[in-house]
Design a protein around this ligand. Structure first.
Ligand code: TXA
Ligand code: MG
Length: 324
């Protein structure tokens, strides 16, 4: 297949989706690889293009709360409250499925992950079609998520026909995924909505994001979102590494007095977590494409209940051994 067209025409994206094609769409979190969530053949194509194992279910993207909740049943009141507060936006709710959404989307778990995105172009596309969109992040499985149309084109451009370009993503981190246990929220994936904002509403909200052999959010594999080159987690970098030209550093906040022989990618010189989140995946891609052999990362200071938990979760997955 030829390289995908990169365009900014939601009508064209909608036409292709109606015809059963898989297209890349911008969301406020990361770019998605979207297709008709009600058509099992289309969904199988998404899995094939992404190289994703079939046990890892997809998020279903809907126009609004009413549309989303048509695909769920026995919805706890906390889900209504969270939807009211955070939709449209980077929140995904895992709810009981009455089976309208095909098993290929939900991995037959009996639940369905639902989200109402806020990106204006994505919403425009949803307005032009009559079905919800299944969409994982538009990257090969396990690799760094895409936050621009160019990122999608670089890796999946030969496998799809159209990429709708909505500019760089506003959040740059995936949606926060929330499930429910006996009506109480449980965070299954840390994401663009800080855990603290969920806890402001539900102080007892638990965070359960670590992978196990039978994970509740099966995509939460230990090693994920990762560049292909070596990334090392070091609380304090030894001077020898600072002098090594083949080593790059991922920094956050002011770096006065520090000298790097290789390079220093500063996610936010001002120490702003939102800016750091927005830059995170782009910088990992730049490292991967550049001349450095190793990237040294340090934990983000947990100064507030902002995005530090989300960013540290991603650092943990990026640095986890490929063999674990
Ligand atoms: O921000 C986002 O959520 C982006 C944009 C494109 O919307 N999408 C995204 O999708 O990150 P993906 O496929 O890369 O990650 C979806 C995650 C996976 O970890 C998957 O296991 C989990 O959602 N998931 C989907 N359905 C689930 C379910 N029924 N129960 C638990 N986890 C589920
Ligand atoms: Mg993903």
């Amino acid at each position: 297949m030829n390289q995908a067209t990169i365009g900014n025409d939601p009508e064209e994206a909608a036409r292709r989706l109606r015809a059963g094609e898989v297209v890349a769409l911008p969301t406020e979190t990361v770019y998605g690889l979207a297709g008709n969530a009600l058509d099992a053949q289309v969904v199988l194509n998404i899995f094939r293009i992404k190289g994703r194992p079939s046990f890892d279910p997809l998020i279903v993207h809907c126009k609004d709360q009413e549309d989303a909740f048509r695909y769920a049943t026995r919805i706890p009141s906390a889900a209504f409250r969270l939807a009211e507060k955070f939709w449209p936006g980077p929140l995904t709710l895992v709810l009981k499925s009455p089976g309208i959404i095909p098993d290929v989307v939900t991995a037959g778990l009996g639940t369905v992950a639902l989200r109402v995105p806020s990106h204006p172009l994505f919403r425009k596309v949803l307005d032009l079609i009559t079905f919800p969109l299944a969409a994982p992040s538009a990257n090969p499985f396990g690799y760094v998520s895409p936050t621009s149309a160019r990122h999608v084109a670089d890796q999946l451009g030969a496998k799809i026909g159209y990429i709708l370009d909505g500019g760089p993503c506003q959040h740059g981190m995936e949606s926060t995924i929330v499930g429910f246990e006996r009506g109480s929220p449980v965070i299954l994936r840390l994401g663009a909505i800080p855990a603290g904002q969920i806890r402001d509403l539900y102080p007892k909200t638990q965070i359960r994001v670590l992978a196990s052999s039978n994970p509740k959010a099966p995509g939460q594999l230990h090693q994920h979102y990762a560049p292909s080159k070596r990334v090392m987690w070091l609380a304090e970098a030894p001077a020898s590494l600072l002098r090594d030209k083949s080593t790059a550093f991922l920094a956050f906040g002011p770096q006065e007095g520090k000298e790097y022989a290789g390079t220093c990618f500063n996610l936010s010189p001002a120490g702003d977590y939102h800016e750091a989140a927005r830059n995170f995946y782009r910088v990992l891609r730049e490292f991967d494409a550049g001349p450095w052999q190793t990237l040294i990362v340090q934990p983000f200071p947990a100064l507030d209940n902002g995005l530090s938990e989300t960013l540290n979760d991603r650092l943990m997955r990026v640095t986890a051994s490929r063999n674990s």
